[in-house]
Ligand binder design. Sequence first.
Ligand code: NAD
Ligand code: AKB
Length: 314
Amino acid sequence: MIRERILVIGASGQIGVELTLALRKMYGNNNVVASDLREENELLKGTGPYVSLDVMNKEMLHVQVIRQNITQIYLLAAILSATGEKNPNLAWHLNMQSLLNVLDIAREEKIYKVYWPSSIAVFGPTSPKQNCPQQTIIEPTTVYGISKYAGEFWCNYYYQRYQVDVRSLRYPGLISYKSAPGGGTTDYAVEIYHEALEEKQYTCFLKEDTYLPMMYMPDAIRATIELMEAPAANISIRTSYNLSSMSFSPKEIGAAIKNYIPEFTMAYEPDYRQSIADSWPQSIDDSVARNDWGWKHEYDLERMTKDMLENLRK
Ligand code: NAD
Ligand code: AKB
């Protein structure tokens, strides 16, 4: 049996913190090496090994993979949609080169498995708005979406040509209380909980009726681990799987919060992120993931809101 040694790149980010902690629980603290360009997140401190690493430095990455006897890589470093529109060149460069560096090293070192997330941002205004299917018209309008779409085909290419077992999910907007989001269009759905508790008021940068696909972090972490644990024979999609649990608008999440904080009020000041949100589907059909490896979500808006508020109050 292979003794897994896992490298998480971008471990101090919104997903990285929770995924690293979950992987450490499964594989043992010392077998999961967290790495990031920025300093180690407070929640990771003392829970396992941490190395400071720039994924763009391929040589340094290669040295770490060999030195740490890495067998699996989770690549989470990226620039997200809203920040990407402010600096398109940087977003393209980081999002593409980080993936190519990891895929090349995985091929050379016979890394057993690679995980790389895509996003609902691959879809564009010409994709179906409701129940957007796995295979459909894909014409993204953000540099982030373009980089994710190109990345999906690089994953497929390395799998077909070099047999690198790389797996991927198109995450919706992710909502979490442990670590802050990193510059996406869906970040409002995290900010709103903090502001509701602290200020009893939130001014949203999207219009009240903007529906977007969303997911609570525990579901996203479980989906990631279930995909990575699934037998290779069950994985029919080598670009990236659609993944879904709920869709809601700012007005609906506001109403869900009001059930717990009756004095909570909202205002709306849409900015440049509105056009990004408008280009994405409102809901996603993830039946292929459900059929292939048994994906099932657990959290809806109501259950997530209760859990978010309880945990943030602590
Ligand atoms: P994040 O911005 O919170 O975290 C990314 C981490 O990568 C940061 O800690 C950052 O310091 C690190 N990083 C940046 N450049 C680096 C470099 N050169 N070398 C090493 N580390 C570097 O992002 P996240 O929300 O955790 O997203 C992780 C992945 O999931 C990304 O690929 C993102 O596109 C994808 N995704 C996220 C969401 C979401 O809602 N959070 C939704 C869809 C897809
Ligand atoms: C973003 O808003 O950029 C991310 C995503 C959906 O990929 N949360």
